[in-house]
Design a binder for this molecule. Structure first.
Ligand code: GSH
Length: 208
């Protein structure tokens, strides 16, 4: 399978999941700044014109970080990266993935260098801080991973995007549980490999 990625983006999440279950994905780095909006070269691969996109075969291309991550995780149920379909635990994971996509991932986007003015950016920082505090509270009972069980798709997604707090200047100094969670995830071999495969170094992702 081919995975279209952009280094340093949420596309790291499906790479981590693939590493966890030992699936070799063919990676293609897309320069999204050159490919935005419209029917450009990448549009032939991804009608969403976004990364990640997973090309499964010549008829099936799958989009959305959370969905691709779950699709891959389901390939090896014994790895327990996502609960079985039909269980309430699975729905809880879907709930959290939806929260991560809409309320965290997409709240970061206006803070990356864009057209958004500084007052609006401050609003997004406040929103993000609020949403990240929710994660910190969830971790406060001493759990190692976000859903209270083994490492899974939610953790893979979060470690792909929460480190953006550094470059977007979102203060998480007071969120001690979240900070040690991030540190723990950055020690994980599947995460280290995914970053290396993108040409990144885990130390660059650690909180200062
Ligand atoms: N809803 C998508 C969002 C993915 C996303 O925001 N991708 C960004 C890179 S992090 C992108 O491809 N942006 C294209 C653009 O800005 O033109 C998902 O969850 O995968």
């Amino acid at each position: 399978m081919k995975l279209f990625i952009q280094a340093g983006s949420g596309s790291l999440s499906p790479q981590i999941i693939a590493n966890e279950i030992g699936i070799e994905l063919e990676l293609f780095n897309v320069d999204m700044a050159a490919q935005r909006y419209g029917e450009n070269e990448y549009y032939k691969v991804s009608t969403f014109s976004m990364v990640p996109a997973l090309v499964i075969d010549d008829k099936k291309t799958l989009h959305e970080t959370a969905v691709i991550s779950v699709y891959l995780a389901d390939k090896k149920p014994a790895a327990q990266l996502v609960p079985y379909a039909g269980t309430f635990e699975r729905v809880r994971v879907m709930e959290m993935l939806s929260f991560v996509t809409g309320e965290i991932h997409q709240k970061f986007i206006p803070l990356l260098p864009t057209f958004v003015n500084s007052e609006a950016k401050d609003e997004f920082r406040t929103l993000l801080s609020h949403n990240l505090t929710h994660l910190d509270k969830q971790l406060s009972d001493g759990r190692l991973y976000m859903m209270g069980g083994p490492f899974g798709v939610v953790d893979a997604y979060l470690i792909s995007i929460v480190p953006w707090v550094v470059r977007t200047k979102v203060d998480i100094e007071h969120l001690a549980h979240l900070q040690s969670y991030m540190d723990r995830l950055l020690d994980r071999p599947s995460v280290i490999k995914a970053m290396r495969d993108e040409g990144a170094n885990v130390t660059d992702w650690r909180l200062p």
